[in-house]
Design a protein around this ligand. Sequence first.
Ligand code: SAH
Length: 477
Amino acid sequence: MDYLPLFFKLENRIALLVGGGQVALRKATLLTRAGAKVTVVAHVVEAELAELVEKNGGQVIIGEYHPALLDDANLVVAATDDEQLNERVHYDAVERHLPVNVVDSPPLCTFIFPAIVDRSPIVIAISSGGESPVLARLLRAKLETWIPQGYSRLGKLVGRYRQQVKDSFPSVERRRIFWEKILQGQVAEKVFAGRDQDADKLLQTALDNADPEHQVGEVYLVGGGPGDPELLTFKALRLMQQADIVLHDQLVSPEVVDLCRRDADRIFVGKRRDNHAVPQEGINELLVKYAKEGKRVLRLKGGDPFVFGRGGEELETLKQHNIPFQVVPGITAASACSTYAGIPLTHRNYAQSVKLVTGQLKNRSSDLNFNELIHPNQTIVFYMGLHTVGHLCEQLIAHGKPAETPAAIVSRGTRPEQEVLTGTLETLAELQEQAQLAAPALIIVGEVVNLHKDLAWFGEDVLQNHGLVLPDAGLSS
Ligand code: SAH
C-alpha cells in the first residue's frame, strides 16, 4: 500500500487552492462539499470558481502566490499550469508539514484525491496510487451502479439511532449483532424501497423488543468448496463475513479462510486423515459452547458439508441443544476436480451415472461392495483414497472391471497446484508411486477420464509434464 486511505475532516478549515481555472474549480467543488473554506489565489480566477468559493465562505485573492498564505491553511492544492509555481507551492507546504496535492504530478503530492462514491455519510474512496486514475474511475462507475442511493439514507437512519442503541446494548458484540440484523433485514429493505418512515418504526420496535442480555447464538455450517475461493457461494461469503468465530479444518484453503471477517477468532480444528487436532466430539462441543455464549459460529468445511463431511453429526448435536443453525452447501470435490480436470462426470456416450465412494479402509479391509462398482457406463469417484489407490484398483479388477479402464488422480483440485495423473486401473497405483501427488486427492475411474486430454484447461498433467513412463506402455489411456 503506497498511500494510507484516511478521511480528512475539513469542515470550516482553510484549504489553500493555487490556480483559477477549470482544474482548480473541480478541486474547489470537492473541498467545499466537505465544508472547507477555500482560499483561492491566482492572477485570473474563473467566474464560476469565484462564485463557488465566496458562496461557501471562502476568499478569492487575485494576484501572486506567496508563502505567507500557507500560514492559515490546513491543506494545500496547486492546480496551475506553471510547473515552477507548482513546485514552489509543494516545497513551501512540505517545509511547513502541510499536506499538499499538485494536480497531475504524483511525485509532488503528499496526498492524492481518490475517486469517490458519495453516499454520505457513507463515502467510498478508490485510489490507484496515482498509477491509473482511469482504472480507479472505472471501478467507481461499477460501484456507483452496485450501491443504491438508499445507502445514504440508511446511513443517516443508523446515525440517528446510534446513541440509543449504544445505551441499550452495553456490549460491543451485542451491538454489532443488532446492527448486522437491522442492516441486512427488513429495515434496510424499507429504506431501499423509499419507505423511510416504516423503516424508522421497524427499527424502534426492534430496539424496544431486544433483550440485550440473552442473545442466542447461531451456527453456520458452511461448505467452503474445494479450494479456489471464487467457487464460494454468495451465501457462504455473507455468513463468513458476519461470524464472530470460525472453526475450520485442513481442507479449507487459506485463501478461503482469509475471506472470513477480519476480527473473527479462528480456530483450526482438523488435520489430515486420522491425525485430528480436535476430535469430532470435541468439535461438536465447541460449536455448542460458543453458540451458547451468544456467538455466531462458522463451521467452515472443505467442499460440501454433507458429502463425507460429518456435517450431519454436528447438526444432530446442535439440535439436541436447541441451537439454531443454517447449512450452506458447497461445491464438492468430485464436481470441482472433475470440472477443472476436464473430466465430465457423466457423458451421453460413456457414463449415465456417478458414484461417490469413500476409499478409506476400516481396519485395513474395505467393506465396499465392489460388485456394485464394476458396472459399465458409470463413473466412480473415490474420496480419501490416495493411500489405498493400489487396493481399490486391484479389487475393482478382481471383481471383473477391465484392467484397461481409464483412471485418474486429481491432486489439490482447483488450487494453483492442481495436478492430474491419468492411467488405467492397472497402471495408476504404480504411476502414483513414481509421481507422489499430494493430498487432498480424488480418484476418478471410468471411460470419461479419456476426455481429460481434450477438455483439460487448468492444472498440469503429470504424465505429460514430468515425462513419466507408463509401467505398461501398451495400456496408455
Ligand atoms: N466434504 C468434502 C470431502 C471431505 S473428505 C467435499 O465435499 O469435497 C476429504 C476428501 O475429499 C479428500 O481425501 C479428497 O479425496 C477430497 N478432496 C477434498 N478437496 C479436494 C481437492 N481440492 N482436490 C482433490 N480432492 C479433494
